[in-house]
Design a protein around this ligand. Structure first.
Ligand code: PLP
Length: 377
């Protein structure tokens, strides 16, 4: 259908091609060239992390984080079941066991009140996921982690430039993982970054990102040859990807502002539907500044979601649901453990509908989506 409203349209600023051409001109195409260094600097400036390292995906950044924590066979990692597979997969690859804890009914984030009781002598880390770019209750989570000597790995895939109590997401735990996948706010096609918040974790992170070698020290002239130092893999993106990303990172605040205008339109337009009990809108706690990554609604109990999604599709609107909670998926049942009941996870994940949101959406398109939703409810 020609007037279909897609769920996502990858944002392109128009400056990407010139940056890619410049990367070709500079003649350095492997990773860690000048565009990668520029992205590192921009991320460090914008977030205040000690060190940013580009990766080829957020999945890769999470795998680096799992390696850093040294979580191994039998160790446990506390996280929500309501998340993307990579949050869990990164640790399962190391033989560790994700332990799922329920989510908060308001933000759909890990319920910090349930975390401490899930800790056992085998627990290595807590992995909060900042759903929709809305921060988890990080003071509580970091306090629990500090008292028990645990790592805090933030899955901030959706959280670039969002903050909790004025501090950027991804800089509140020991490390944070960002995504630049084409469905996120700031994109590189595929891409990610690990934000490192303690100086002592910088060199080990550089080593495991560069095939286990200290090539980064060699490039800085700190050693006269580089050698195999530890386990590692190849997690760095090519310069062309970094060149594309650098164009977007420079405009990151404007890109997010464009999304915010659309988010606010939805929020105002759907207020009345919430009053009428037809749906619930996202809740943003006072201490959180979000980044308009996503606009979702929770349908009223008993409302058949598939019928709503199908109805939107018939009207040319692509809305989607997610996540199928990991504890209910085949691999989740095989590799993970559930702590307590996951009542909120099961209930909320079945009522959630994500609406189209991308830079360049018009007010008329937002009205088309909201109007169609209203008619279907
Ligand atoms: C998008 C996303 C990821 C994975 O990001 P990739 O860059 O595609 O690897 C991980 N966790 C969450 C919460 C995400 O939204």
């Amino acid at each position: 259908m020609s007037n279909t409203i897609p769920f996502n349209k990858p944002y392109v600023s128009g400056k990407e091609l010139a940056c890619i051409a410049e990367a070709l001109n500079r003649g350095k195409l492997a990773g860690d060239g000048s565009f990668t260094r520029e992205c590192h600097r921009l991320l460090e400036e914008k977030t205040g992390c000690v060190k940013a390292l580009l990766t080829h995906s957020c999945t890769a950044a999470l795998e680096m984080a799992a390696l850093l924590t040294q979580a191994g066979p039998g160790d446990e990692v506390i996280m929500p079941s309501f998340t993307f597979v990579s949050t869990a997969n990164a640790f399962v690859l190391r033989g560790a066991v994700p332990v799922f804890v329920d989510i908060r009914p308001d933000t759909l984030n890990l319920d910090e009140r349930l975390v401490e009781e899930a800790i056992t002598p085998k627990t290595k880390a807590i992995v909060p996921v900042h759903y929709a770019g809305v921060g988890c209750e990080m003071d509580t989570i970091c306090d629990i982690a500090a008292r028990h000597g645990l790592w805090v790995v933030e899955d901030a895939a959706q959280g670039l430039l969002a903050s909790y109590k004025g501090r950027p997401l991804g800089t509140l735990g020991h490390v944070g993982a960002l995504s630049f996948h084409e469905t996120k706010n700031i994109i590189a096609g595929e891409g990610g970054a690990l934000l490192i918040n303690r100086q002592e974790d910088v060199l080990p992170s550089e080593i495991l990102r560069e095939k286990g070698t200290d090539r980064s020290r060699f490039f800085r002239g700190e050693v006269d040859k580089y050698t195999w130092q530890n386990v590692g893999s190849s997690y760095l993106p090519a310069e062309i990807v970094a060149a594309f990303l650098s164009a977007q990172l420079k405009d990151a605040e404007q890109i997010n502002a464009g999304r915010m205008a659309i988010w606010e339109m939805y929020h105002a337009r759907l207020a009345d539907l919430e009053v009428r009990g037809l749906l619930r809108r996202p809740v943003i706690p006072a201490e959180c500044q979000h980044n308009a990554h996503m606009y979702y609604v929770l349908l009223a109990e008993g409302m058949p979601r598939q019928r709503v999604l199908d109805g939107l599709k018939e009207r040319g609107i692509n809305a989607v649901f997610h996540y199928v909670p990991l504890h209910s998926a085949p691999a989740g049942q095989k590799f993970c453990r559930v702590h307590g009941d996951l009542r909120q996870t099961d209930d909320l994940s079945e009522r959630l509908v994500r609406l189209p949101l991308w830079n360049g959406m018009t007010e008329a398109q937002v009205e088309t989506v909201a109007g169609a939703l209203e008619a279907l409810l």
